[in-house]
Design a protein around this ligand. Structure first.
Ligand SMILES: Nc1ncnc2c1ncn2[C@@H]1O[C@H](COP(=O)(O)OP(=O)(O)OP(=O)(O)O)[C@@H](O)[C@H]1O
Length: 342
């Protein structure tokens, strides 16, 4: 059996305080996260702003040093990598960022932008021009764009160039960090379709980071829902969207704008979460969601929840564990209590 392309185990990334604030506790941006992605699959990491999604991405590619835990790429331990592992990571794992404009050098034509990674990875000079054209074509652009500068391109076209640049080194894993959030809605769908096609053509594996849940359902095989540095619920995307169990997942999904009857049918009943997301420097005891959770009991503030597996889904919730029947009735729509409090 081949190893998953990416495996993350009990990953922690704490940011220590510095300067005037050096006595403050560290920010627990990522606090014990585990997941794996098989070849050719997409895992979506979803959650509100500040839940730790980008920190996971940056820790995987060694922009941040790992505080604790393990990161494996194709079975090899790449946690805080040594220099030759860094070369593998630089060619096999590519990151596509949110803002297509800031990632492109305004003084470089598209041709020059795409030549940089080809030179860096030693593609012979005589093959480079053909590769640039091929890469542009892959992302739906023509040679007409070769001599243009970034400011002459639309947001969607710039993101296509960023994707082409990421593909230049023939990566196996793309980390897509909110790749469409700076784009218009109509352009977002085109970029998602492009990424979908590229995955099939090139057998790519994706870690897709987003807070836009409407993009996830048709794109990701698996979904992990993050809150304040921890995954709360994780499983096949269809299962998460059709039968969300965790109160946090339910609250997130109930806040997606409804655009079709299918959306309406899947929209879970949920009471809104109370208050604001706490600081990662002051994580609540027990279940970190408990001060905001409509289902929280006294138990939830006292113990760290265990993760349990139900129907291929891992859920980390004491209230669910203690009242599975009540929660399942809520899922079936047979709970009498308005808002579904168990
Ligand atoms: N370099 C840093 N130093 C201190 N704290 C940081 C640093 N980078 C991130 N954080 C904190 O870690 C937490 C997680 O941030 P992160 O950017 O990973 O969240 P996110 O889920 O990706 O949110 P967003 O979608 O807004 O980027 C936040 O509270 C953030 O302020």
């Amino acid at each position: 059996m081949t190893a998953p392309v990416l495996e993350v185990k009990c990953l922690k990334k704490y940011f220590e305080s510095s300067g005037w604030f050096s006595d403050d506790p560290p920010a627990k941006a990522v606090d014990g996260v585990s997941f794996s992605i098989e070849e050719g699959e997409t895992l979506a990491l979803i959650g509100e702003s500040g839940s730790g999604k980008s920190t996971i991405a940056k820790t995987i590619i060694d922009i941040h040093e790992t505080t604790d835990g393990l990161i494996r790429y194709q079975g090899e331990d790449i946690t805080n990598p040594i220099s030759d592992q860094m070369e593998t990571i630089r060619s096999d794992i590519q990151l596509v960022f949110q803002d297509p404009t800031s990632c492109l050098n305004p003084r470089r034509t598209i041709r020059k932008t795409l030549l940089v990674p080809l030179k860096a990875t030693g593609v012979p000079t005589e093959n480079r021009e053909a590769r640039v054209s091929e890469m542009l074509e892959r992302v739906g652009l023509t040679d007409e764009y070769l001599h243009k500068y970034p400011h002459e391109l639309s947001g969607g076209q710039k993101q296509r160039v960023n994707i082409a640049r990421a593909l230049a080194v023939e990566p196996k894993l793309l980390i897509l960090d909110e790749p469409t959030s700076a784009l218009d809605v109509s352009v977002q769908a085109k970029i998602i379709n492009l990424l979908d096609d590229l995955q099939d053509e090139l057998d790519l594996t994706y870690l897709f980071i987003t807070h836009d849940l409407s993009l996830v359902r048709n794109f990701a095989d698996e979904t992990a829902v993050m809150y304040l540095g921890k995954i709360q619920e994780q499983g096949p995307t269809e299962e998460i969207f059709e039968s969300p169990r965790h109160p946090y997942t339910r609250a997130l999904l109930s806040s997606i704008p409804v655009t079709s009857e299918r959306d309406e049918a899947y929209r879970p009943e949920s009471e809104p979460l109370r208050g604001e997301v706490p600081s990662p420097r002051d994580v609540p005891s027990g279940c970190r969601l408990h001060p905001r959770c409509p289902h929280a009991t006294d138990e939830c503030s006292m113990h760290d929840p265990e993760t349990q597996s139900i129907d291929d889904v891992d859920i980390t919730c004491i209230a669910y564990e203690d009242d599975t029947d009540g929660f399942d009735a809520l899922l079936d729509g047979t709970n009498d209590t308005p808002g579904g409090s168990p």
